[in-house]
Design a protein around this ligand. Structure first.
Ligand SMILES: Cc1ncc(COP(=O)(O)O)c(C=O)c1O
Length: 484
């Protein structure tokens, strides 16, 4: 039996673990080989000036980890096939180098996006970007603390995949008051993207057709096409979607779902007039087509109360209403919700169990408490006022550039978090110029379903996320493009 000189490191760990670790490193370094005997517990205890039981505990640990075996009347030995050798051997015999495994990834509907995230740019004009730095974390803190101090233990367990009951009841009150939505079942989700995915899995099958705005929200399209659906573009004009074109589409093709952003059309920000909404509803009812109404930033409407959603007047129960806390809080909270007809809710809740047992009910519990207390509403009023000021600042800046002779035009959006700016030409180049100058924005081409419809003349300028001084600096750099 070889003498084993062990060096003990990591004094913060219990002695037996230090010894076990030292023996593992002796084995790894080849100081003792496979099948070779190890010193007895008595010997090692004397050498290390420690208790024999400590050495026995170290050997037990090594046996449990698969490095050592104990053989009757022979004592402890290194195992025949030591973990480090067998993986080295496997690599040698398969002749494979590190990192050469090739994954067989399914061809998917989405493109991998490796570009730099919007928030890493000095000037972030992303359209749906809230001002996270202005979020009142201190106001939410006592409610989070209360949720942890007085946790509702039953709610934290498995079961009830619909969401936290108290949060849902607050949402129901809020939706009734703010959006006149009653008579629907609320399901909470980890952001509205999860809702879009759930809906696509439950309502669509390969070959189903989904009518979408021709300039629209790509993450929703990705969810639909991942289920095998085909997207059909609805033409748009200055008032939103072209109902006559939608009518033709539903007459000629078998459409299963219509996905719309009627309040602040994404990305053009146009508000669909009330009578047009009625026509869409009649059409959907006549042809028995479900509507997904994505009301993602309804809180931010400035000139009047936001127009009532389609879901507020839905006698047939065909409208699936979606909204999110990503804009009124921050995208990282991952809280969204659907309000759906009672007949659809069980399928969605059951399907969600396939991907997730439960949403984050602790966060929901805290937000529910915040909503109940009323300071949530104050936060909404404050943020709406602030975003309205930022919209007005952007408008006045753009008007000044117009006065200086810059050929740009826009319609003042009644709400939302962005302006759809007509720069008349070279929008894509302007976008490239912006990115190269540390400014994030997206030009028209990024929003088209059919690239051939790209007029290459619009950019989307988000105004909510940046303070006015910063926004103005960003605009000055951006518009220097036209002086080149
Ligand atoms: C049209 C639209 N729907 C939904 C969302 C919000 O998605 P989520 O709740 O998954 O963060 C956004 C955010 O940009 C959006 O623009």
């Amino acid at each position: 039996m070889k003498a084993l000189t062990l060096t003990l490191t990591q004094p913060a760990k219990p002695k037996f673990l230090q010894i076990a670790r030292a023996i593992i490193s002796a084995i790894k370094q080849g100081k003792v080989n496979a099948k070779e005997p190890l010193p007895s517990a008595r010997q090692l205890a004397a050498e290390l000036k420690t208790n024999r039981h400590t050495i026995m505990a170290a050997y037990q640990e090594l046996i449990a980890q698969g490095w050592v075996q104990s053989i009757e009347r022979q004592g402890y030995r290194v195992v025949e096939s030591i973990p480090v050798e067998s993986s080295r051997h496997a690599r040698k015999s398969l002749k494979c180098e590190k990192n050469t495994f090739i994954w067989q990834i399914n061809p998917t509907a989405f493109e991998l996006d490796n570009s730099k995230p919007a928030h890493e740019y000095s000037y972030n004009f992303a359209g749906g970007n809230p001002d996270i730095s202005a979020f009142p974390f201190h106001e939410l803190k006592p409610y989070m603390s209360e949720s942890l101090t007085r946790p509702r233990l039953n709610h934290l367990s498995y079961g009830n995949n619909r969401g936290d009951d108290q949060f849902i009841s607050q949402l129901a009150t809020y939706l009734r008051r703010a959006r006149s939505i009653t008579n629907k079942e609320i399901i909470t989700v980890n952001g509205s993207q999860e809702a879009l995915y759930l809906l696509s899995q439950v309502l669509l099958k390969p070959g189903s057709k989904v009518a979408v705005e021709s300039l629209g929200y790509r993450p929703a399209w990705n969810a639909f096409t991942t289920a095998g659906a085909e997207l059909v573009a609805i033409k748009q004009h200055s008032k939103g979607i072209d109902i006559e074109h939608l009518t033709q589409l539903v007459k000629q093709q078998s459409i299963s779902l219509i996905y719309l952003t009627p309040l602040h059309q994404y990305p053009t920000t146009v508000t669909l007039p009330i009578h047009e909404r009625g026509k869409i509803y009649q059409l959907a009812a006549k042809y028995q087509i479900a509507i997904v109404e994505d009301d993602y930033d309804h809180e931010f409407h400035y000139s009047s109360q936001p127009l009532a959603p389609l879901a507020a007047n839905d006698p047939q129960g065909l409208v699936i209403y979606l909204s999110t806390f990503s804009k009124i809080m921050f995208p990282g909270c991952r809280i969204g919700y659907m309000a759906v007809d009672k007949s659809l809710a069980p399928a969605l809740i059951n399907y969600r169990s396939v991907m997730n047992h439960k949403p984050n009910v602790l966060m929901q519990d805290a937000i529910g408490r915040w909503m109940k207390e009323g300071s949530f509403e104050r936060h909404l009023r404050r943020t709406t006022k602030q975003y309205q000021q930022r919209r007005n600042n952007l408008i006045s800046q753009l008007e000044q550039y117009q006065e200086q002779g810059l050929d740009i035009s826009f319609t003042i959006p009644a709400g939302g978090m962005a302006i759809w700016l007509d720069v008349k030409k070279n929008a894509k180049e302007l976008e490239r110029f912006a990115l190269a100058h540390d400014i994030y924005l997206v030009s028209e081409s990024g929003f088209h379903l059919d690239k051939e419809n790209d007029e290459n003349r619009y950019i989307r300028l988000g105004f909510a996320g940046m303070k006015p001084e910063k926004m103005n600096q960003g605009l000055a750099i951006l518009f220097s493009y036209f002086n080149q």
